[in-house]
Design a protein around this ligand. Structure first.
Ligand SMILES: Cc1cc2nc3c(=O)[nH]c(=O)nc-3n(C[C@H](O)[C@H](O)[C@H](O)COP(=O)(O)O)c2cc1C
Length: 323
């Protein structure tokens, strides 16, 4: 999660038996670690497997080259699980396959974020091993479809399907498995944890919020982003400005607008995550706090490992799936 994922959080999730996912932009630009050093810090905290998110964004050559370098660093440091988002993941699949085993067999594993069948089929053509179905309750960039509709649409593709969105407690975790999902990707739930380094105000708002407090705004990245409705969000509305909308429609101007959004996204969300929501020196009441509708199941700030263990125990105690 940009900007919420820090090495200690990733390590805590993996140590408890989940797979913590490194978000390299968050590691480097928000939490101030060189990627290799950050990965080694995680290794000192846990020997369990971790993953890394590779956001495939082709509108900036500099960004793309940096992401390719980061992928190589991760592979050199032994990471073998990758979650790709946006674009075509073929180059990631090829590089990961060429990397060789790390003791657990040859190559590695790539799962791709999708919001509908068309993107799933394209990702499978690129050779991904599994799909993460991002639904309409997800934090970050939510999809348009429900968890039930997505498993219906993707369930026959013959690959593991992971549910992303709306899971904030073990009840929702079991409900996702009961729908037929092979696993769950949780985001928002892990922000309200002891190990997450975001400002306590942000964690408190996640605990206090109900699902009706979550809205989709186009004003941060140009496409719907799930955020908590603060007085500022309510005041400015959720639609992109007229100039931005016009630029996003133009064939040439859309690339410029996406770059502007990209820079603003990195800067604005970093300030929001680390600063409080009031008039503190670093925080601003004009900030955006990302969260999904899974806030409904989040009742307290707690250790990340406790959440993973509760979900695992609930799954073990549940009647056999399909029986
Ligand atoms: C604060 C925040 C930041 C996120 N950043 C990313 C990101 O950088 N890359 C990505 O692939 N998904 C990102 N996501 C989406 C999550 O990976 C995950 O799919 C989503 O959080 C699942 O929904 P949930 O928040 O209801 O658990 C982000 C989600 C949140 C809440």
């Amino acid at each position: 999660m940009y900007p919420c994922t820090n090495p200690e959080l990733v390590a805590a999730v993996s140590e408890a038996g989940g797979i913590g996912i490194v978000q390299p932009l968050s590691m480097v630009y928000v939490h101030g670690h060189d990627l290799r050093e950050g990965l080694r810090l995680i290794r000192r905290l846990t020997s369990k497997p971790i993953g890394m998110n590779v956001l495939i964004e082709r509108s900036s050559r500099t960004y793309e080259e940096r992401m390719r370098r980061w992928l190589d660093v991760a592979l050199e440091e032994g990471v073998r699980f990758f979650v790709t988002s946006l674009g075509k993941p073929r180059w990631v699949v090829d590089r990961v396959a060429a990397a060789g085993g790390n003791g657990a067999g040859a190559g590695g594993v790539v799962y791709h974020d999708v919001t509908k069948r068309k993107w799933a089929e394209r990702a499978l053509e690129s050779g991904v091993h599994g799909l993460i179905a991002v639904n309409d309750r997800a934090g970050g960039h939510a999809g348009p479809k429900s968890a039930a509709a997505l498993i219906e649409e993707l369930g026959d593709l013959g690959r593991p399907i992971i549910c992303a969105g709306g899971v904030g407690d073990e009840r929702a975790f079991l409900a996702a498995l009961a729908l037929g999902y092979d696993g769950v990707q949780m985001g928002t739930r892990f922000i309200a944890t002891d190990e997450c380094r975001v400002h306590p105000d942000y964690k408190r708002r996640i605990v206090e919020a109900g699902e009706d407090d979550i809205v989709l705004t186009e004003r941060v990245t140009g496409v719907p982003l799930a955020v908590i409705r603060t007085p500022y969000v309510a005041r400015v509305g959720t639609k992109a400005g007229r100039l931005a909308r016009w630029m996003l429609r133009g064939r040439r101007t859309k690339y410029l607008m996406r770059s502007i959004y990209g820079l603003r996204y990195v800067w604005k969300l970093k300030r929001a995550a680390l600063g409080g929501g009031g008039s503190g020196a670093r925080g601003s009441s004009r900030d955006y706090w990302q969260a999904g509708k899974s806030v409904a199941g989040i009742e307290r700030v707690e250790p990340a490992g406790a959440i993973v263990r509760r979900c695992a125990e609930a799954a073990r105690a549940a009647p056999e799936r399909g029986s």
